[in-house]
Design a protein around this ligand. Structure first.
Ligand code: AMP
Length: 280
């Protein structure tokens, strides 16, 4: 497995691969890899001749300084995992390599889907994500790139961004990998105690409950009921629980109007957790 710190040497390597006509898959990550990340790499490996994974903790997408400072990092372990999977190459750039020009995606280049949920509670977050996605995609120019449904709003944003910027990469969404109790895998889970991890299974159970309720109740009734459940939970502090249209992320008044998805963000202590689930 090749390891690149520098963009020019990576581009040279990629040009050689492309000359041979090989297809190229790309998996961008912030490292501290878990089974969720690895499922993306596995899928990319089955669908492409070569797979490049990037590991870069993107400072521009953190709106909270302490969240950035406490974000876990485990490069040596990550590289061993990727090597054992036969990933072709890893790109681990420095900040100066990625940000010679600061933020380069304007708010106006992003669609209305970024204004709610993560966009609302994490100001600047999506502009930071879009900037790094744009930069990485322009460097790697993969045929396809793999993103997790765990960050569903981000997945929709990235799909739209490719169209807006006229980038040819196909964006593939991959299902959320979960712990045994249903907790969505996340690098931030490393910051939870054993007890907190256990209690955080409540988020998944709420989504399952919402999905069952969708057979008889309206989106608004379900939102009200699930928010009330969170009010009774001593461990989790709910930030939002929304039911929105699966593709547009607009409000949905009735399940007969299309496919809906429930989205949740909640704090377990200082750790912010997000999850989502398709309801119908
Ligand atoms: P991150 O390192 O958190 O930026 O995540 C890198 C990629 O892995 C993103 O496309 C995430 O959506 C995806 N991802 C993170 N957690 C999971 C998970 N539990 N299941 C599937 N994909 C995930």
């Amino acid at each position: 497995m090749k390891i690149f710190r520098n963009k020019d040497s990576l581009v040279k390597y990629i040009n050689e691969l492309k000359k041979e006509g090989a297809s190229l898959g790309f998996v961008p990550t912030m490292g501290s890899l878990h089974r969720g990340h690895l499922s993306l790499v596995e899928r990319a490996l089955t669908e492409n001749d070569n797979v490049i994974c990037s590991i870069f903790i993107n400072p521009a997408q953190f709106n909270n300084k302490s969240d950035f400072e406490q974000y876990p990092s485990n490069l040596k372990r990550d590289l061993n995992l990727l090597e054992s999977m036969n990933c072709s190459a890893v790109f681990t750039p420095s900040k100066s390599e990625m940000y010679p020009q600061g933020i380069t995606v304007e708010k106006s280049e992003l669609g209305s889907e970024v204004t709610k949920m993560e966009g609302r509670f994490r100001p600047g977050h999506f502009q930071g994500v879009a900037t790094i996605v744009k930069r990485l995609t322009e460097i790697v120019m993969p045929h396809s790139a793999y993103y997790g449904e765990k960050d569903y709003q981000q997945l929709i944003m990235v799909k739209n961004l490719m169209k807006t910027l006229n980038l040819p990469t196909e964006i593939i969404g991959c299902p959320t990998m979960r712990e045994e109790n249903g907790l969505a895998m996340s690098s931030r889970n490393e910051r939870l105690t054993q007890r907190q991890r256990q209690e955080a299974g409540f988020i998944y159970r709420s989504l399952i409950k919402a999905r069952q309720m969708a057979e008889t109740l309206s989106p608004q009734e379900i939102e009200k009921s699930i928010r009330a459940d969170f009010d009774q939970n001593d461990f989790l502090k709910l930030e939002y629980f929304n039911i929105l249209h699966n593709d547009t992320l607009e409000s949905i008044s009735d399940f007969s109007k299309g496919t809906a998805r429930a989205f949740v963000a909640a704090y377990m202590g200082e750790v912010r957790l997000i999850d989502n689930m398709k309801l119908n």
